[in-house]
Design a binder for this molecule. Structure first.
Ligand code: EPZ
Length: 419
């Protein structure tokens, strides 16, 4: 079991370059199954979720060739329409995109019940609703999801709730369906636009991605091509909050500054600074103790739930009492118990957490409970006085490429040890 050992109380300064977005990449990879040809995917993050996805695609007969550190070639000319391996697909949440993609390509999909970070109940009823609207039969049971159809026919889909995954899955299933599909109450996250842009590049007819109504006109076939994954909004936000938490000064390169507006607004409300250097570079710095703010997580363009725990670290030492309301996931405050071991004073009850800002955190042994909680604990360890030991790095490895190297380059004293 690997651990991070952090010798804290370091002010982070310098430049960091952001990788491609995990949550776009884990949808674009299965989306290649809809293509009859060869796709080159650039700016692919080198993280464990992507490695597992590539292994799953290989079991379906997809040929994957690494042609650069962050570039692969995916040949989906000949695939086998067989069940996806249940043990591999149930390891992570994003395997549910195989259902939309395989339904589109093979008219049949069998996938293990998706696993992933423990954030509370993670139903997939809206995904099933979309597939059924397009003419598929969906059965969920015995640890797997099975969807079959003779043919997919475009239809209206009105989602009961805003769901990133269900929106992308509906797009995947609709791209090769016969006729027109209109998705209403769609999610608007940057990675939805990115998946749509990938499919459009390969010949799909999609309008409105990034708004709450998306119209897809089915096409007969998608062709190969090249695509570069959008920069990771959440990785960029993680480093922005690391700058504030350590009272540092970080220039964040290769990000889309517009995607970070909900976070930039909150950072400025706390009294720290964000300067847009150009459309893809931001400088974030903090000279004094940040002031309290209240946060409510919401679908894009609201404050992202995936930056909630990193923001929690900042609020743990902000001046005054702050409140975070988590409105997306049932259980995303597990990290607060770990921060309390480091001297924070956080009272989390259900979907609300109250942060009584303390002067400083001190190092302690803590455990990551999910991907973003893990990132938050790294930031806390770098800011805290003393030594912090973080276990369960497997969560962090799922979504951040070389996170320790990147923090070291900014002045953190962090090392990975294998016990
Ligand atoms: C995506 O999860 C992300 N994962 C999550 O990122 C992110 O937290 C989440 O979107 C919200 O932004 C990937 O993209 C792989 P949802 P997803 O469907 O698609 C409920 C990270 O740290 N819901 O938008 O699974 C659901 O329970 C991860 O990178 C239903 O009720 O999220 C939740 O309360 C963690 N029925 C809400 O909707 C459904 O059929 C939003 O979930 C689907 C979802």
């Amino acid at each position: 079991m690997d651990k991070f050992i952090i010798n804290g109380k370091k002010r982070l300064t310098g430049e960091v370059t952001i990788n491609g977005a995990k949550n776009a990449a884990v949808a674009i990879l299965p989306a290649t199954l809809l293509v009859n040809g060869v796709c080159t995917i650039e700016n692919l993050p080198n993280i464990s979720d992507i490695n597992i996805y590539c292994d799953i695609l290989k079991t379906l007969g997809v040929k994957i060739t690494q042609i650069g550190p962050n570039t692969i070639e995916v040949d989906t000319t000949k695939i086998s329409c067989i069940d996806a391996p249940l043990d591999m697909t149930s390891k992570f949440r994003a395997s549910y995109y195989l259902i939309g993609a395989l339904l589109g390509r093979c008219h049949r999909a069998v996938v293990g019940m998706p696993g992933g970070c423990q954030l509370g109940a993670r139903p997939i009823d809206q995904h099933a609703k979309a597939f059924e609207a397009l003419g598929a039969t969906v059965e969920i049971g015995q640890g797997k999801i099975q969807a079959t159809t003779d043919k997919l026919i475009g239809n209206s889909i009105y989602f009961d709730i805003v769901s990133v995954g269900a929106t992308i899955n509906a797009i995947l299933a609709a791209v090769l369906a016969e006729g027109v599909t209109v998705i209403e109450n769609a999610a608007k996250e940057p990675h939805i636009v990115d998946v749509a842009n990938f499919l459009i590049t390969m010949g799909a007819d999609i309008h409105g991605a990034g708004t709450d109504i998306i119209k897809i006109t089915g096409v007969k076939e998608l062709h190969g091509g090249s695509y570069s994954v959008v920069p990771d909004q959440i990785e960029a936000g993680t480093f922005m909050l690391a700058a504030v938490a350590t009272r540092g000064d970080i220039t964040i390169k290769n990000c889309i500054t517009k995607h970070l507006d909900p976070l930039s607004a909150k950072i400025e409300e706390m009294g720290a600074h964000v300067e847009e250097i150009n459309g893809d570079t931001l400088r974030v710095w903090c000279d004094e103790r940040p002031k309290k703010v209240n946060i409510k997580t919401l679908p894009y363009p609201g404050f992202p739930t995936d930056l909630q725990s990193q923001m929690g670290v900042v609020l743990a030492t902000a001046e005054g009492t702050s409140m975070i309301t988590e409105s997306i996931w049932e259980s995303r405050f597990q990290y607060t118990a770990e921060l309390n071991k480091m001297g924070a004073q956080i009272n989390a009850q259900g979907k609300v957490a109250i942060f009584e800002g303390v002067e400083e955190l001190y190092g302690a042994p803590v455990a990551a409970s999910d991907l973003r909680a893990g990132a938050a604990l790294i930031i806390a360890g770098i800011a805290a006085n003393g030594i912090t030991e973080i276990s369960h790095l497997e969560y962090i490895d799922r979504g951040y490429e070389k996170i320790d190297e990147k923090f070291r380059a900014l002045g953190a004293d962090i090392k990975r040890i294998t016990e």
